[in-house]
Design a protein around this ligand. Sequence first.
Ligand SMILES: [Zn+2]
Ligand SMILES: [Zn+2]
Length: 368
Amino acid sequence: MDFYIVLGLEPSATLSDVKRAYRRLARKHHPGINPGDRTSMAVFRRVNEAYQILSDPEQRRRYDARGGVPDPQPESSLEFQGFDFSASAGAETASTFGDLFADVFQGGDEVDGPGAGGTDLHLSIRISFDESIRGTERSVALVRLERCTVCRGAGVLRATEGRCNDCLGTGSLRWVRGHMVFSRSCTHCGGSGRQQHRTCERCRGEGSVRQSESVSVRIPPGIADGGRVRVPERGHAGRRGGKPGDLYLTVEVEPHPLFRRDGNDLHLVLPVAVHEAALGAKIEVPTPDGPRRVRVPAGTQSGQRFRLRRRGVPALRGGQVGDLFVEVRLVLPHVVDERSKALLREFGKLNKDNVRKDFETSGRDVSE
Ligand SMILES: [Zn+2]
Ligand SMILES: [Zn+2]
């Protein structure tokens, strides 16, 4: 098919000759004007095809160089129905295919800038007190945007160069409103009219797809309640190949029934029986590393504290290993039998020291 003959032109025709011829023929054979006329439809398609090549200097040069053999073109699939030429007919600005099929080309997404970084993912997990002391490893189930493996995050696939499907090779999109003709550069092909890539179908051009995943996270020993663990680049994938965001895990530590944490120190209340406190005893004390026997000296008072050095929380990121503070709480036995009662009465007689003697020296009125 000789495109020059299709448009009724000499090979020396200028670009404006091409446009003029195209405009004339496209209107004459347009399917909207010749409904149901298959010959007109066929001519219209050929006219259109010829125009795409001859109106583009680069494609026309290649066409001429091949001696009249066109580049392989993707099959056009336009609907030729319901268009109204009245607004643009005769208007000099309305000179291209795009003018005539204005409303088809409206819309179209703005192209995002490349390489935007991905957003961070925030999750929280709950671990036991023991796990917080020893450290642990957890598998976290999450849904994240993963880089598309088909297009490697680009959102587009390289393809053989062809006519842009959005602007049909014109490089601009035009539409008519009343007597006004609007136009803008085609964002799909960057105004070149040619397409060098097509949108990736798997990710629909996003460069990433939603994916359920299980990420293994190491929780370091010594992490405190509310502490955060960062897992680099396990957040959402970046747009169009941008760097992925990070995954942040906020760690909730379950309280321990015995230990209370304060910084890296641990506090423990140790029940001690009266006779143990009075006479002294070796008592087994729980620590994070397991029970340890501690000597409670004779005459220990309730509320007295002992420090077990470096028996607290392990150091996290260069901090100091904490201590374990043990606070004695005297516990009375349930005295029910007569012999114990008699022993305590005798004990009272033998120890007449007034345990409230400080009350008298301070002069406080205790008569009420
Ligand atoms: Zn893709
Ligand atoms: Zn285009």
